[in-house]
Design a protein around this ligand. Structure first.
Ligand SMILES: [Zn+2]
Length: 177
């Protein structure tokens, strides 16, 4: 990218001895990533806009999503912080945070895919459990389960109210076929 910019600048302003750098006034945020262009501090040269991210090839028309915005949402599904929690992490690190709207858009894209894969994964696990029940002499159509639910309260919500963990822990137990 920089080579392309330097060559273009030399062609347009061969005598210019200015420095090329990012034009910060033109930068555009795309969730957690950026589009930027370069400009010269002496002549009027400025480059085209560059996406500083890898794009995901979309099935639908419209702007292609930055891959990092989707991978962030996949990561958020594995931990107990929300969009707001991630924004706090960004802002605490002095990094401009993605907007709630853009993160919600990315979340909607990945949630359908995650649901689809979870269903496939659980179907495979159920099939395996049925197979295991047969040599055990158990009814293959009855599968006993126990699992922890995801915590959903930020830890500071109990500040000054309880010396204990304020999060709601859940445990599910079920028996069925
Ligand atoms: Zn120049």
């Amino acid at each position: 990218m920089w080579n392309e910019v330097f060559i273009e600048h030399r062609k347009i302003s061969p005598m210019c001895t200015g420095f090329i750098s990012w034009d910060l006034s033109a930068k555009q945020q795309r969730g957690a990533d950026w589009r930027e262009k370069a400009s010269c501090n002496e002549c009027s040269y400025h480059s085209e806009m560059f996406n500083l991210y890898n794009e995901v090839v979309a099935k639908k028309h419209g702007r292609r999503t930055a891959a990092i915005n989707l991978s962030i949402q996949v990561a958020l599904n594995h931990i107990a912080i929300s969009t707001t929690g991630l924004q706090k992490l960004f802002l605490g690190s002095n990094i401009p945070a993605p907007s709630t709207l853009s993160m919600q858009h990315s979340a909607n894209v990945v949630s359908e895919i995650i649901e689809e894969y979870n269903k496939k994964d659980l179907a495979q696990k159920r099939k395996l459990l049925k197979e295991i029940n047969i040599p055990r002499g158990d009814n293959p159509n009855i599968i006993n389960i126990q699992a922890d639910g995801m915590y959903n309260k930020p830890i500071y919500s109990g500040m000054g109210k309880t010396p204990f963990q304020p999060k709601r822990g859940r445990k599910f137990a079920s028996q069925g076929g």
